[in-house]
Ligand binder design. Structure first.
Ligand SMILES: NC(=O)c1ccc[n+]([C@@H]2O[C@H](COP(=O)([O-])OP(=O)(O)OC[C@H]3O[C@@H](n4cnc5c(N)ncnc54)[C@H](OP(=O)(O)O)[C@@H]3O)[C@@H](O)[C@H]2O)c1
Length: 243
């Protein structure tokens, strides 16, 4: 279930996601934006979810300019959204796009690395809310549509230090570590239906705004691009879930 840094990166045919609706969080920049663009390039209609309306508009324009299907752009602050907000969001997608076949969680809250003794309760709650509780609540709100899809997939994006914890990764690593447990429980609960399928992607180092925060002194020119890692997400979404 966990896709590590060494996961296969073979390409999918351009029409692999034709006719499917894929929601992507964190779609305004970095890996989320690249995943949304890759899904659109493979034929999907994408629902772009992010905090900044300006960044979502840029992602929207890039997809339309590249010839992709017109996306939906939905600004949401995952640190503040309630169950009611997530249900409204799901209803909006149902009304505007008619279905949802996949949900890809890329949004993440990150603050500079620090020893646990210097991390506050407020910082912990923000990490837990955006990186773990919001992915749960948004997925739960979208589950009826995802379960109805013959190709339902949910991908949570985790982090190397969630599986290999180390000093200073504190709240960020702890919040991400819950995602594999969440995916396992949900796969177990959906086993009889066989769908949606829940996955955890660990992208490994990727040249993105978050990487500049976590590794400020690093030369990022040799790191894989967000576009390269996006192919790995498309590979999962292209897998059939119908037995
Ligand atoms: N880059 C890496 O090397 C790396 C390695 C391992 C795992 N990852 C994981 O991969 C995923 C994508 O990372 P990235 O490098 O692309 O990060 P990024 O460039 O920093 O993008 C993070 C995204 O999360 C969104 N976001 C943050 N807080 C939010 C909130 N409260 N509500 C809604 N959206 C919010 C941001 O939206 P706005 O732009 O609107 O603020 C942004 O689009 C993350 O889950 C990250 O932990 C990345």
């Amino acid at each position: 279930m966990i896709q590590s840094e060494n996961a296969a990166t073979a390409g999918m045919a351009p029409g692999t996601l034709q006719g499917r609706v894929v929601m992507v969080t964190g779609a305004g920049r970095g890996i989320g934006r690249a995943v949304a663009a890759a899904c659109a390039a493979h034929g999907a209609t994408v629902a772009l979810v992010g905090r900044s309306p300006e960044r979502l508009a840029e992602a929207y324009d890039a997809i339309v300019d590249a010839g992709g299907a017109e996306p939906a752009a939905i600004p949401v602050d995952l640190a503040k959204a309630t169950d009611a907000d997530f249900h409204s969001l799901a209803q909006l997608v149902r009304k505007e796009l008619g279905r949802m076949d996949a949900l890809v969680h890329c949004a993440a809250h990150f603050t500079p690395l620090a020893p646990l003794r210097d991390q506050t309760l407020e910082q912990w709650m923000a990490h837990l809310r955006v990186n773990l509780a919001a992915p749960f609540a948004l997925t739960r709100a979208c589950l009826p549509m995802l379960s109805a899809s013959p190709n339902g997939h949910v991908i949570f994006t985790s982090e190397t230090h969630a599986e290999h914890p180390a000093a200073y990764w504190g709240a960020f690593a702890v919040s991400k570590s819950g995602l594999s447990t969440l995916a396992t429980i949900w796969n177990d609960e959906c086993e009889r239906a066989g769908r949606p399928r829940f996955h955890v992607m660990v992208p490994g180092p990727v040249a993105s705004p978050q990487r500049a925060q976590s590794h400020p002194a690093e030369d990022r020119s040799s790191l894989p691009s967000a576009d390269a890692v996006a192919k790995r997400y498309v590979n999962i979404l292209g897998e059939a879930t119908t037995p």
